[in-house]
Design a protein around this ligand. Structure first.
Ligand code: NAD
Length: 386
């Protein structure tokens, strides 16, 4: 099979879908690998490093014309989509939930589109392919480092001849993959860390990383399906915001990571909660998006400072800020998934397979993913949380 790696075109995206080690792995499995010229530049991987691993370097037009499978990190751009042809497999993280129109555009080209960000996380055999987890891990680490870098004081307790610095008080909201990594990182940097999640089953992991788990009295457990939370009711949401505000006021740094897949990020830090924070406090909102984030007033890709001196970082693509690590992990995920899908030299779609049903979004000209197939089914991005 001919496997092609596209150079990413999204602004600021530095990751690449394969690294040389993964090229070697795919070649050992009998596949030919082509890489678009300059695709690895953002991750400090020159074209030469790919050719040394056995790949050939080609122009985008040549790759797309001849490849059986095309690998990307994010969504391909319009010109790439226009040149895809029926039967091609295209693998990447397409964030299709809530954007049926995009899925339909892919379906119209006749490609088999496979979205790694939809991997069913609870399937043990999917672990090696779980790009959402690998990238969220990196993002959680980077969020804590970014928070420490932005904060104008120390994270650790420091006793010096010039005075004593008390440790920073860090609050992590949402203790999924990114949140747990943020907790561990902030703790290793010496901060005193507290954390909260609506899924009480995350308490043990939180405590094992050295943080205190906050339990709210006004909101009960809200565990949903597949290891995710359910969306809260309006009453629960309001009670949560009000009770959390008291905790937020007592912290110097807040890192927010709360999400329910396919929905608008829940608002956890309200305008009133922001006003209660002291000048110099820092918030990193990992949920920041065009749909709104976990924090009132956060803007995706921007850093804003409130009137009372709270810095809110609207973090959008933290994995791209660590392109070598994130590309290496992503390459392992996408190459494992590709090898899983290939039978007898081509991608063999089998929608009776739970893993495939989770990730294949278009096939033979149709949108086939259960969460996207019906116009309104499962595509609700409006958790009405704002
Ligand atoms: P995850 O699903 O593993 O964790 C999300 C957590 O939020 C879950 O534990 C869930 O129980 C919790 N949650 C949901 N609703 C809540 C609520 N109302 N109150 C408290 N907790 C609630 O997701 P993840 O992979 O850790 O990603 C977390 C967030 O970070 C997502 O929004 C994701 O899109 C984002 N993310 C951002 C970047 C970036 O660069 N900014 C990178 C990766 C992930």
């Amino acid at each position: 099979m001919k496997v092609a790696v596209l150079k990413e075109t999204a602004p600021g995206e530095r990751r690449v879908a394969l690294v040389p080690e993964a090229v070697t792995k795919l070649r050992a499995a009998g596949h030919e690998v082509m890489v678009e010229a300059g695709a690895g530049d953002g991750a400090w991987l020159s074209d030469d490093t790919f050719t040394e691993a056995g790949a050939s370097i080609a122009s985008r037009a040549d790759l797309v014309a001849t490849a059986d499978a095309i690998l990307t990190v994010g969504r391909p751009d319009d010109s790439a989509i226009a040149s895809f042809h029926p039967g091609q497999g295209v693998l990447g993280m397409f964030a299709p939930l809530g954007d049926r129109a995009f899925a339909q555009r892919l379906a119209d080209t006749g490609i088999t589109a496979v979205s790694l960000d939809l991997i069913p996380r609870t399937l043990p055999r999917a672990q090696a392919m779980d790009a959402l987890t690998s990238q969220a891990n990196i993002a959680g680490y980077k969020a804590a480092v970014l928070a420490a870098d932005t904060f104008g004081r120390f994270f650790p307790l420091l006793i010096t001849a010039a005075g004593t610095a008390r440790p920073a008080r860090v609050l992590v909201l949402g203790t999924g993959v990114a949140g747990l990594q943020a907790i561990g990182t902030a703790h290793r940097l010496g901060a005193v860390v507290s954390a909260y999640d609506v899924r009480p089953e995350t308490k043990t992991e939180t405590e094992s990383l050295g943080a205190t788990f906050i339990e709210l009295t006004s909101v009960g457990p809200a565990s949903g399906e597949g290891g995710y939370a359910r969306a809260l009711t309006d009453e629960e949401r309001q009670a949560q915001q009000e009770e959390l505000a008291g905790h937020i006021a007592r912290h110097d740094v807040v890192i927010t990571t709360a999400q329910v897949p396919g929905r608008r990020p829940p608002l956890l830090v309200t305008g009133d909660a922001l006003k209660s924070m002291t000048a110099g406090s820092v918030i990193v909102d990992m949920g920041a998006s065009e749909l709104g984030g976990n924090v009132a007033g956060s803007r995706p890709g921007e850093t804003v400072v409130t009137e009372n001196g709270v810095t809110i970082v609207g973090a959008t693509n933290l994995p791209s800020a660590m392109p070598a690590a994130s590309s290496a992990m992503y390459a392992r995920n996408i190459s494992s998934l590709l090898l899983y899908l290939v039978k007898d030299g081509s991608i063999a779609v089998d929608l009776s397979d739970e893993l495939q049903r989770g990730v294949v979004i278009t096939y033979e000209g149709r949108v086939v993913h259960p969460a996207l197939a019906e116009p309104a089914g499962g595509t609700d991005v409006d958790g009405a949380s704002h």
